[in-house]
Design a protein around this ligand. Structure first.
Ligand SMILES: Nc1nc2c(ncn2[C@@H]2O[C@H](COP(=O)(O)OP(=O)(O)OP(=O)(O)O)[C@@H](O)[C@H]2O)c(=O)[nH]1
Ligand SMILES: [Zn+2]
Length: 232
C-alpha cells in the first residue's frame, strides 16, 4: 500500500511539473503501477497525435526503402496512426476507460464469481508486437455486483497499451479492487508473446502465466478452488 509520504512526494513532483495526474491520465500513478507516461501526454489531441505518427511512420517506411507511391503502401502511415491511437493503444487515454455499472448484491451471492477466458490482444512494450491471451478474473462481492461485460471491458482497456504482462495483471487487479471496494480479487493471465514466438528465441510452444491473488483469494484453499474452476 502506498504511504502518505510517497503520495505527498508525488503530488509535489506533479506540482513542480505543472501537471495533475488527471492530465497524465493514469489512475495508478500513486501506486507504482502506472504505465510510464510523459507529464504532457494529453496536451495534444488524438487528431494531432495521428497526424504526427503518420508523418513519422512514413519516414520509417522511407528509410526502409519502401516505395510510398505504391497504391497498397501509400495509405499505410495513416492506417498505422489510426490503429495506434483509436485501436490498439486506445487504453492509454483515460477518456476511453469503460463506464462501469454496479448493482446491489440483492441475490445474496457471497461466493466467488469467475469470468474466465476473457480474450485480449495487447502489445509488448519492448518490441511493439502482439501479446495474445486469456485473462480470468474473479471476485467476492463486498456488497456490490459488477455487470459481467465490464470485467471483459476492464481487461481490454488495460490490454490496449504497450504492456508487460506483470503490469497488466496488477493494473486489472487494482482497478477491480477500487471499483468493487474489496481486496478479494484474483486475476490470472495466460498469454503468448509474439516477441518470444515469432522472432528472437522463436519458441512457439511456451506461454506466460501471471497471477494476482488478493484478500480471501490469497489462501491455498481458494487458489486451489480457483485452479479447479479454471481447469489449471
Ligand atoms: N518480464 C517480461 N518480459 C517481457 C515481456 N514481454 C517481453 N519481455 C521480454 O523483454 C526482454 C527484452 O530483452 P532485450 O534483451 O532487451 O531484447 P531482445 O534483444 O530483443 O531479446 P530477445 O527477445 O531475447 O531477442 C525479452 O527477454 C522479452 O522476452 C513481459 O510481459 N514481461
Ligand atoms: Zn517483446
Amino acid at each position: 500500500m502506498i504511504t502518505e509520504v510517497i503520495l505527498k512526494e508525488k503530488q509535489q513532483e506533479q506540482k513542480l511539473n505543472g501537471f495533475s495526474f488527471e492530465e497524465i491520465g493514469d489512475d495508478h500513478l500513486f501506486t507504482g503501477l502506472e504505465t510510464p507516461m510523459k507529464p504532457d501526454a494529453f496536451k495534444i489531441s488524438d487528431k494531432e497525435k495521428k497526424e504526427k505518427i503518420s508523418i513519422l511512420f512514413e519516414e520509417i517506411m522511407n528509410v526502409m526503402g519502401l516505395d510510398l507511391t505504391d497504391d497498397s503502401l501509400k495509405g499505410t502511415p495513416k492506417r498505422v496512426a489510426k490503429m495506434y491511437i483509436d485501436e490498439i493503444f486506445s487504453g492509454l487515454n483515460p477518456a476511453n476507460k469503460p463506464k462501469v455499472a454496479l448493482f446491489d448484491n440483492k441475490y445474496q451471492y457471497n461466493q466467488m464469481l469467475v469470468e474466465k477466458n476473457i480474450t485480449f490482444y495487447s502489445n509488448c512494450e519492448h518490441h511493439f508486437v502482439p501479446i495474445i491471451g486469456k485473462a480470468h478474473v474473479a471476485y467476492i462481492s463486498s456488497g456490490k455486483v459488477i455487470g459481467l461485460s465490464k470485467l471483459n471491458r476492464i481487461v481490454q482497456y488495460y490490454a490496449k497499451r504497450p504492456q508487460v504482462q506483470e503490469r497488466l495483471t496488477n493494473q486489472i487487479a487494482e482497478e477491480l479492487k477500487g471499483i468493487l471496494e474489496t481486496d478479494d480479487v484474483a486475476v490470472i493471465i495466460d498469454a503468448k508473446h509474439l516477441c518470444v514466438s515469432s522472432r528472437g528465441v522463436k519458441d512457439d510452444t511456451s506461454s506466460t502465466v501471471t497471477s494476482y491473488f488478493g484478500g480471501k483469494f490469497n489462501t491455498q484453499e481458494k487458489i486451489a478452488e480457483l485452479q479447479n474452476t479454471l481447469n489449471y
